[in-house]
Each structure stands twice: as structure tokens, then as C-alpha cells.
Design a protein around this ligand. Structure first.
Ligand code: C6P
Length: 406
């Protein structure tokens, strides 16, 4: 039974008002709200358990370690990784992608190629540009058509024996487009020996993830976009690949032995988890996974897809509205502009006065904005606790903005 009011009752923040109006939170692609069960786990950690992990003989340290490792196993199940030590805690997608680009440095040479797509977040562009600077490799980009859909025939032409990395997102944050990663991965495997990296920042909150079925080498996502605290995230990597590659940060926890003559590294996952981790956050990420499992992926997806379809239908009734990626397969996001309204933030400010939180601007995807020759869009993005009534308020707000600005 999918009971939206019961789900909403788990998020205290949804009861608050903004500018004298009930909060309508539609900025979930930036970060989701956190259910009370997750907040309670954070509170309980700091009031009952707080200690450093993997270091102490004392009881609290051991209990904290057990809880964090339990959370790792929950995440392992959540993404269907083969081993729990293939789950590396990070502080988010950005750190995960930078980590991968850094540890691949020795694997790339001058004129090797890295393929990304036009739909990438800056986090999946800049670390690869930095890797190109370090190695002399070249960045290649899968183009999009006017609907924002990746041109896979062009991808075929980009693939060659020079391709050493293919890194794409499963869902675009700016447009919500679901990319055909199954096809991208199959083509890459067939034609190259490239490492395959999937940015799951916008898919993990919505989809059932199965990294073994997907057959990617790396999968990264952020906890804070899927009901967990800020500063949490996961890097999944295949065992044999992580074992063969060098560490990222050096420091405590990631060593087996350390002397002035040299250091040997710990096994997985600790080799990639230097320093004191975000113990409370990582435990709470496990609670966020529990929250999503209790509702069920199918229910989450069905509800969010219905919201998206409803929002798109209602918004398209407004004359002069343009929805980017309107004809593409999308999830969780509707991104639009109003004819004659040049600045998306003006619309965002009017919506904010009505209690509606959306994101405006380039959404850290300037290449997409340049492609459509715009400075930004208004982006409404959905989570499992959003309602059809909230979409009605959004649409009313957009109509009002059109009247005031158009
Ligand atoms: N997108 C958005 O409003 P971090 O900031 O490390 O948690 O995630 C970075 C990131 C990487 N890839 C994709 C596809 C993303 O959507 C994001 C974050 C947010 O769209 C904040 S810019």
C-alpha cells in the first residue's frame, strides 16, 4: 500500500512554511529531504555511540565499527555488488569521480581517449579534463540532438582502440533524461577494453540499481540525494580493478604497514578510505536505504513517474513554455523556460514567494545550456513525498510568473 500522507508524515520539514506558505519542496535533484528515521539514527549515533571506527579496542569503537560495516552491507545489497568491500564510502559523487580519474592516471598515455557525453554534470567533465592535462589524453563527447537525446550512432564512431575510459551519467540532472547506459556499456565492452564509469547521482534515488547486471567497472552516487545526510556517498568498483589500481588519499586507515622506508597498503575497502570517515553519516546512509526499501523501488518509481507525467501535462498547457528534453525518456525532473522571460531565477524568486522551492540557472551543466543557447532553466525535481497538489501549486506559480514577467 502506497500511502503518501504516511510517507509525508515521516518528514517533519515538510510541515514548515516558507514565506507564509506551506513548503512545496521541488529541488530534490539538488538534495532530498531526510526522513525522521534517518535523523534519529544520526542523533542516536552522536548521543549513544560516537567513537572512531576500526581503531579502538573499547566498546563504543567496536559498536560504531559494527554499525558502519552493517551499513556497508546494506548498500552492497542496495546496488547488488558482489562483495561488501567493493563499496567505498565517499563524501559524494564529486569525490567518487575525482577519485576514479586520479587513480587511473598511470593507465592513460598521450593521445588515449576518454569519452563522456554532452549531458554530464561538471563533476563528470572537469576531473577528466584534469586527467587529460596530467596525461596528454583527449576528451571526446557523445553529442545530443535537439531533444537532448544522446546520438549513439556517433558514439559508435568515437569508440576505438584509443578509448580508455567511458564515463556517462545514468540520468541527467539538468533535464532528467534517462540515458541508454545498457547500450553504451555493451558497445564499449564489445569494441574496447575501456574502464566504464557510471555517474548514478540522479539514478540511485529513483531506480533499482544492479551493478553486476549493469556490468560497469565503477558506479558512484551521493547519499544526500537519496534521503541520507549531506557529506555521504558511495563509490562502487569491481574488486579486481580496485585491487590493481593505486590508492587516492594517503593517511591513516589505508595502510597495512608504514615506515620511513615505505608503506604497504591495506586491503579493500580501507585502501580507499584514508582518514576518519563520516561515521554517523555513513550509518545514516544505511537507514536511508532501509527507508527506500520499506517503500519499495517499484512504488517509488511509479509515483515519481506519475508526478512527472502530470507536471509535464499541466505545464504544457501554459502558452510559450518550453520543456527541454520534452520528448525524451525522463525521470524525476522537468526543466523549462517561459517565452519572453530571459532569466530563470526571476521565475524561481516568484515561486519562492509562494513557498515553492525549485532550482534555476545552469545546474552545473553549462555545456547543455550552451547547446540550447540559454543561460539556464527552471528545474522542478521530484521525490517520493511530493504530491499532485504540490504540482498544481507549481503550475499556478509558473502562470503567475508568466503574467508578471512575460
Ligand atoms: N547535482 C543538482 O542540483 P555531489 O555535489 O558531489 O553530491 O554531486 C555531484 C553531481 C554529479 N553528477 C550528477 C548527475 C549530479 O546531479 C550531481 C549533483 C546537483 O543537480 C547539485 S549541482
Amino acid at each position: 500500500m502506497f500511502d503518501i500522507q504516511e510517507i509525508r508524515s515521516q518528514f517533519s520539514i515538510l510541515d514548515r512554511e516558507v514565506n507564509g506558505k506551506p513548503l512545496v519542496y521541488l529541488d530534490n535533484a539538488a538534495t532530498s529531504q531526510k526522513p525522521n528515521s534517518v535523523l534519529e539514527v544520526c542523533h542516536a549515533y552522536y548521543t549513544e555511540l560516537n567513537a572512531n571506527v576500526h581503531r579502538g579496542i573499547h566498546t563504543l569503537s567496536q559498536l560504531a565499527t559494527e554499525e558502519m560495516e552493517l551499513s556497508r552491507r546494506k548498500i552492497q545489497k542496495f546496488i547488488n555488488a558482489e562483495h561488501d568491500f567493493e563499496v567505498i564510502f565517499t563524501k559524494g559523487t564529486t569525490e567518487g569521480l575525482n577519485l576514479i580519474a586520479y587513480i587511473l592516471t598511470q593507465k592513460l598515455q598521450k593521445d588515449d581517449e576518454i569519452i563522456i557525453s554532452y549531458l554530464e554534470h561538471h563533476s563528470n567533465i572537469v576531473p577528466w579534463q584534469m586527467l587529460c592535462e596530467r596525461t596528454g589524453a583527449k576528451l571526446r563527447v557523445i553529442p545530443i540532438d535537439e531533444n537532448g537525446i544522446l546520438q549513439l550512432d556517433q558514439f559508435d564512431q568515437l569508440l576505438s582502440e584509443k578509448t580508455k575510459v567511458v564515463s556517462v551519467n545514468q540520468v541527467s540532472n539538468a533535464l532528467g533524461i534517462v540515458n541508454p547506459i545498457e547500450e553504451i556499456i555493451a558497445k564499449t565492452r564489445k569494441n574496447t577494453e575501456a574502464y566504464i564509469v557510471i555517474d548514478g547521482a540522479q539514478s540511485a534515488p529513483h531506480f533499482n540499481i544492479d551493478v553486476q547486471k549493469m556490468d560497469c567497472d565503477f558506479f558512484v552516487f551521493s547519499g544526500h540525494k537519496m534521503y541520507a545526510p549531506m557529506g555521504t556517498g558511495v563509490l562502487y568498483g569491481k574488486r579486481e580493478i580496485l585491487e590493481a589500481l593505486p590508492p587516492f588519499h594517503g593517511g591513516g586507515e589505508m595502510i597495512a604497514t608504514c615506515s620511513f622506508d615505505g608503506t604497504t597498503y591495506a586491503g579493500l575497502p580501507f585502501k580507499y578510505e584514508a582518514g576518519t570517515p563520516n561515521v554517523g553519516g555513513n550509518i545514516a546512509l544505511g537507514a536511508a536505504v532501509d527507508f527506500m526499501n520499506r517503500i519499495g523501488h517499484e512504488n517509488i518509481q511509479r509515483h515519481e513517474n506519475a508526478l512527472l507525467e502530470y507536471a509535464q501535462r499541466q505545464l504544457l498547457e501554459i502558452e510559450g513554455i518550453k520543456i527541454y528534453g520534452e520528448k525524451a525518456h525522463r525521470t524525476g525532473v522537468v526543466s523549462f523556460n517561459l517565452e519572453g522571460v530571459g532569466i530563470s531565477s526571476d521565475v524561481g524568486m516568484i515561486l519562492d514567494k509562494m513557498g515553492v522551492a525549485v532550482r534555476t540557472g545552469h545546474h552545473c551543466t553549462q555545456p547543455i545550456m550552451n547547446f540550447f543557447n540559454i543561460a539556464g532553466t527552471v528545474r522542478a525535481s521530484f521525490a517520493v513525498y511530493n504530491t499532485f497538489e504540490e504540482i498544481d501549486i507549481l503550475v499556478e506559480g509558473v502562470k503567475k510568473a508568466k503574467k508578471m514577467l512575460g
